[in-house]
Write a protein that binds this ligand. Structure first.
Ligand code: DAH
Length: 339
């Protein structure tokens, strides 16, 4: 009998030792120590034994019961420990590790320079005027002194839409929208997106950005234009920049100019950027053509004005030495993250 009991104990302990989960251990507890468990059942048979034998066997069984019980509790703790070790291996979190850096958005380089230019002009008392990208023939061409059959229309390859609508080919259309709504004296700039139906290459895009400028008032002359341009360039390039005006033709200005700046790479000595001329073409401008003012009912005896059109892509390219205009709309983070 005693031997049987010891075998039973060893069997119980061995199976508990091999158990893998708490449920399994619980099953074994029921199997051996439950009301109908193997060890409990033996305890129940003691009644039929002699008093002496009953006492010694009873003691032994209780001892075995306690041992098994203890072993079960120990196994529970071990299983907890094993589960914890496993979690540590697979889901370990190092709370002292530095966090992953969050990807931060930033302003597109064109937007950055646009905001800079807006600030420069605001400081000179200019307003910001906006106009639609979807334009009509009248505002984009006709009211700018570019009649239907004028050869200047060939200068701008246009995306035509239905009903004579078009994607504006320049921000000069906002000059007209401004003159329609405000009375001189007025001064403002209009930054925005423009579109040309062009084959793209390193220096041509079908979508690019301009800032149009317009000032109309009494006695506005080329001197005012030059002064404003000089302030603008000094602020943008952070130094005094020499400029020169060459004649240029645009139907909505008279006289019209191409404004060149002294090459900032070689300081005017001549280099590959300025094609060894010492000058870089920067922006077209001029005095607003009287026809444009008259069409908006402005008395040209009393008022005159200047206008200019600054290409933003070109300006950013010059500032950072970017060699391909197509980078701007490429959405390539390797490019954009540099600004
Ligand atoms: N709108 C012209 C273009 O996109 C640029 C331009 C030239 C604007 C002369 C002006 C100007 O305001 O006076 O080609």
């Amino acid at each position: 009998m005693e031997e049987n009991l010891l075998n039973l104990k060893n069997k119980a302990i061995e199976s508990i030792r091999l158990s893998k989960s708490k449920e399994e251990v619980n099953q074994l507890r029921i199997k051996y120590l439950g009301k109908k468990g193997e060890i409990t059942s033996i305890l129940k048979t003691l009644g039929s034994l002699q008093a002496e034998e009953r006492a010694s066997l009873g003691k032994l069984i209780n001892q075995i019961k306690n041992e098994v019980e203890e072993f079960i509790n120990k196994r529970f703790e071990e299983i907890d420990e094993e589960v914890y070790e496993k979690i540590k291996e697979t889901e370990w979190i190092d709370i002292t590790a530095p966090g992953k850096s969050i990807l931060r958005g930033r302003l597109h380089p064109i937007t950055q320079i646009q905001y800079e230019i807006e600030d420069i002009f605001k400081s000179m008392g200019f307003s910001i005027f906006e106009g639609p990208e979807l334009e009509d023939d009248y505002h984009n061409f006709e009211a700018l002194n570019i009649p239907f059959d004028h050869p200047a229309r060939d200068m701008q390859d246009t995306f035509w839409l239905e009903n004579d609508y078009l994607l504006r080919t320049h921000t000069s259309s906002v000059q007209i929208r401004t003159l329609e709504t405000l009375k001189p004296p007025l001064q403002g700039i209009s930054p925005g997106r423009v579109f040309r139906y062009e084959a793209t290459d390193a220096s041509h895009e079908n979508t690019f950005y301009q800032v149009e400028g317009l000032m109309v008032g009494k006695d506005i002359s080329v001197a005012n234009l030059i002064y404003v341009m000089k302030v603008l360039l000094k602020e943008i390039f952070k130094k005094e920049v020499k400029i020169r005006l060459r004649p240029g033709f645009f139907p909505f200005v008279e006289p019209g100019f191409e404004l060149d700046i002294n090459c900032l790479i070689c300081n005017g000595k001549g280099c590959s950027v300025c094609k060894h001329t010492g000058w870089v073409e920067l922006l077209p401008c001029g005095l607003v053509h009287p026809n444009v003012l008259k069409m908006q009912g402005i008395d040209t005896e009393k008022y005159s004005g200047f206008a200019f059109g600054l290409g933003l892509n070109r300006l950013v390219m010059m500032r950072y030495g970017i060699d391909d205009i197509r980078h701007f709309l490429s959405s390539d983070l390797r490019f954009l993250e540099q600004f």
